[in-house]
Design a protein around this ligand. Structure first.
Ligand code: ADP
Length: 365
């Protein structure tokens, strides 16, 4: 006979009555839930729904069996639904899909589909509050960074003027040097924060043809200038003339961040290889170094803002802790992925994998 845990944790037989009571309870709980819950059959038709779903989708008893796409016509939802119900197409599906409510443009929804057997459970959450909070956070950071910019520029200007005075007392010189270094660092943090805010806030951005050979040569020249005090051997290998459809300013920043990191986190006299190659899925930009490497437990967190493995080292090399966060956002705009392979004490390879949809051959004229 089947058994179940009672309240004391002991096993006791499940009676028909117990099962019916429990089913009733589960049903009442689902009905009372403030999120919309919909059970879909193997043909993606509506099987069962709760009150919140009824209110959101304006459902009636006669809608039973009708296709879910008749009620949610948002293209992002269709795309997500198809991906979530296609076996092995797991990428990004677990996070659900966010969209503006089709009934009220001031409300934001998140849909999450869980297939089980031939059926599916669809839950629609109202994430308006979260969305608004996130927007407030973004605006706040952008405003603070913007407000700090002018005072910082004034301070940097005066500090430079004072530091140039030949008659400055020797015991003040060290203080002025430190103030100049720290204001320059603050300025870099503010500029990176502003760049991040701009990338996040811009919903659409202009995409143009990018000549990767030209861009990579530019990034390589900058790296060589930065490399003077490190003395690494930097090698650039371009295997394809393919370019990208993208935003040149943002990509320049993302590529430079990876290359400058390789320079910074490799002990003097190291080897750095930058490459641009064609792959089966599109094209790949990679930066390989034989530097300090990264322990596995840090890798997943590297793209978080201000996440550094060694704060002292990052500061000493002029890092803002925002470089990889910028890389992540830029790649998201270009539907590209960041891959990090690293062995502590041996070196790291950071790669950007661009999908075929963003690859462009050089214009012929
Ligand atoms: P930072 O300004 O501190 O360099 P990033 O966001 O660019 O900030 O990088 C985050 C952290 O990732 C760095 O502080 C460093 O610990 C680690 N890191 C990035 N690139 C490398 C690399 N090529 N080798 C070793 N560690 C790296």
């Amino acid at each position: 006979m089947p058994t179940e845990n009672n309240q004391q944790g002991k096993l006791e037989p499940i009676s028909q009555q117990n099962t019916t009571d429990q089913l009733k309870k589960i049903r009442s709980a689902l009905l009372a839930l403030r999120d919309a819950v919909i059970l879909l059959n193997d043909d993606d038709g509506l099987e069962w729904w709760n009150q919140a779903a009824e209110d959101l989708l304006l459902l009636q008893a006669a809608d039973k069996g009708k296709h879910i796409f008749d009620f949610i016509r948002v293209p992002e939802f269709r795309q997500y639904y198809q991906a979530a119900t296609t076996p092995n197409d797991g990428d990004g599906v677990h996070d659900g899909v966010h969209m503006v409510s089709w009934r009220d443009p001031n409300r934001y929804l998140k849909c999450e589909l869980t297939p089980f057997g031939d059926e599916k459970l669809l839950i629609i959450y109202d994430v308006t509050r979260l969305h608004n909070l996130e927007e407030m956070r973004r605006d706040f950071v952008a405003n603070v960074s913007h407000e700090l910019r002018t005072p910082l520029t004034v301070m940097m200007g005066y500090l430079e003027n004072f530091s140039d005075q030949p008659d400055m007392p020797a015991h003040w010189r060290r203080g002025f040097e430190l103030m100049s270094q720290q204001t320059a660092r603050m300025n870099r943090v503010v500029n990176d924060l502003l760049l991040l805010s701009r990338i996040e806030i811009e919903e659409t951005h202009e995409l143009n043809y990018i000549d990767m050979t030209k861009l990579l040569t530019h990034v390589y020249d900058d790296a060589q200038a930065y490399n003077q005090e490190y003395g690494h051997t930097i090698h650039l290998q371009i295997d394809t003339y393919d370019g990208l459809q993208g935003s040149e300013m943002y990509l320049n920043s993302a590529l430079s961040n990876l290359v400058i990191n390789a320079v910074k986190y490799t002990p003097k006299g190291g080897n750095i290889a930058i490459s641009w190659t064609k792959t089966a899925e599109g094209c790949r930009f990679a930066v390989e170094d034989n530097g300090i490497g990264i322990a596995p437990e840090h890798i997943a967190r590297l793209t978080e803002r201000f996440y550094r493995i060694d704060k002292g080292r990052s500061r000493a090399t002029g890092g803002t802790g925002l470089g990889l966060a910028i890389v992540k956002h830029v790649l998201y705009q270009h539907e590209a992925n960041l891959q990090i392979e690293s062995v502590e004490g041996v070196g790291s390879t950071f790669s950007m994998v661009f999908p075929a949809a963003h690859i462009r051959s050089a214009p012929t004229n």
